[in-house]
Design a protein around this ligand. Structure first.
Ligand SMILES: [Zn+2]
Length: 447
């Protein structure tokens, strides 16, 4: 059982729909939030670890709804390309030659460090050798939904595509009840890299384990023409015809939808996660979030992998989400800051199936972050809008996950960050020359 934590003198942001509460305390018991209140009601808690929150803001940890953690190795390897060339000419070949269990473990751990240091406490991941990602995120102290990748090509760890469903089942069976912080899932890459039969078998497996089922869908304008054996005239109609859409399906991107697609998603109960920076960088387009929300489709937020963003900082992502929606609709009211905050907290929790996550309320998970408000770019602090438009991940000072302190005064306590960075630098040097790498200086001989 974790020691209780008592955070005092802090400004509370409990959820996107509530005003900031100044000068409060919050108490955790075990892995849950126990209670909170104004400082004049501070309880006597002799056994609790005290954290002075003066000058700080306490809020729920952010949830990254879509990532490929291990792809930190490919950050900056191939920028400024369109999706097809980026995937086929750079990413798929680099993955074929440089993805190993060791690479996935260390590069996922590097992603965990970047996420913790920018206030993300839960991540949904999709990749290969996913047992390594699950282990890295568990070791890093995070909460996670790691999902084993399925694709109809020879893939890292699955040389024969016909074995991809069996490999996914081995992963689900091994991780289903392993730890309360890990909920394993399935990640079918897309309707243009998986056949209808593969998609149906993957979804059947997810249903058997009641596991979340993720899939990239309607990412680029060209996708309808690329579908493998199309069963409908759009990616969403194709997935619906295959009976793949239900409340445990999470559709990633959904940039190119028409009215009929949106109705189908709404009726199915599926969730959507948008990744605005990845879509902007690959020039895929801007998802029409307001149109989806109008129908009642829950729309969460993710960063996508480091190779297509290239940052895992959800504060940056919330800012771009809100501004992209305004630009896309030429309406400054299209997405208020609190909606962007909801996308990265309460809506993502709903989509991922965590009813007691991402809100500060008694009985909710003790996944919390502290931001240092005592900085020029965060003054004055009138309301929570500054979390979207002014804050960045570097403002996060402390992170608590499942009642454990994993970051204290910007030092990671849950694992050795230097060891992780050293391992990733070694792996990167095998892939590409790194001019930023520090080299031992050559001494000039004394004359
Ligand atoms: Zn992705």
């Amino acid at each position: 059982m974790n020691a209780p934590l008592l955070i005092t003198n802090v400004t509370l942001f409990t959820d996107p729909d509530t005003a900031l509460l100044g000068n409060h305390w919050l108490l955790t018991h075990g892995n849950r939030i126990h209670s909170f209140g104004p400082m004049d009601t501070l309880p006597q808690e002799d056994t609790a670890i005290l954290i002075d929150g003066k000058g700080k803001l306490l809020m729920p940890g952010l949830i990254n709804g879509h990532n490929h953690c291990a792809m930190t190795l490919f950050r900056g390897l191939a920028d400024d390309l369109e999706l097809g060339a980026w995937l086929n000419d750079y990413i798929f070949p680099a993955e074929a030659s440089h993805v190993s269990p060791e690479m996935v473990y260390w590069c996922s751990k590097l992603a965990a460090a970047e996420m913790i240091l920018s206030g993300t406490t839960t991540v949904a991941d999709g990749y290969f050798y996913e047992e390594q990602t699950a282990q890295a995120l568990l070791d890093a102290g995070m909460r996670a939904i790691p999902a084993q990748g399925i694709i109809d090509f020879p893939a890292p760890g699955v040389a024969e595509p016909q074995d991809n469903i069996d490999a996914a089942e081995t992963f689900l069976a091994a991780w289903q009840d392993k730890d309360e912080r890990i909920r394993p899932g399935i990640f079918a890459h897309s309707p243009y890299t998986c056949s209808p039969e593969t998609l149906q078998r993957a979804k059947k497996l997810a249903r058997k384990y009641q596991a979340p089922f993720f899939i990239h869908a309607a990412e680029s304008r060209q996708e309808s023409a690329l579908l493998m054996n199309p069963q409908g005239s759009s990616p969403i109609r194709h997935l619906a015809a295959l009976d793949l859409l239900d409340a445990n399906t999470i559709l990633i991107h959904c940039v190119w939808l028409d009215e009929e697609d949106r109705k189908i998603i709404r009726e199915s109960g599926a969730g959507v996660v948008v990744c605005p920076q990845s879509n902007l960088k690959l020039a895929s387009g801007i998802a029409k979030v307001s149109e989806m929300e109008k129908l009642g489709i829950p729309v969460g937020l993710g960063t996508d992998g480091s190779a297509s963003n290239n940052s895992l900082d959800l504060f940056r992502e919330m800012d771009i989400l809100a501004k992209g929606q305004k630009m896309q609709s030429l309406d400054a009211r299209a997405m208020p800051a609190r909606k962007a905050l909801a996308a990265a907290t309460t809506v993502n929790a709903q989509i991922m199936g965590f009813p007691r996550l991402a809100r500060i309320a008694p009985g909710f998970m003790a996944d919390l972050i502290l931001l240092d408000l005592d900085q020029p770019h965060l003054q004055p602090c009138y309301n929570g809008d500054l979390l979207v438009y002014s804050a960045n991940g570097g403002d996060v000072s402390d992170v608590i996950i499942n009642g454990n302190i994993v970051l204290r005064a910007r030092t990671i306590l849950s694992f050795d960050l230097q060891e992780t960075m050293q391992q990733v630098r070694r792996l990167a040097s095998e892939l590409h020359a790194n001019p930023c790498e520090a080299k031992p200086s050559t001494r000039r001989k004394e004359q």
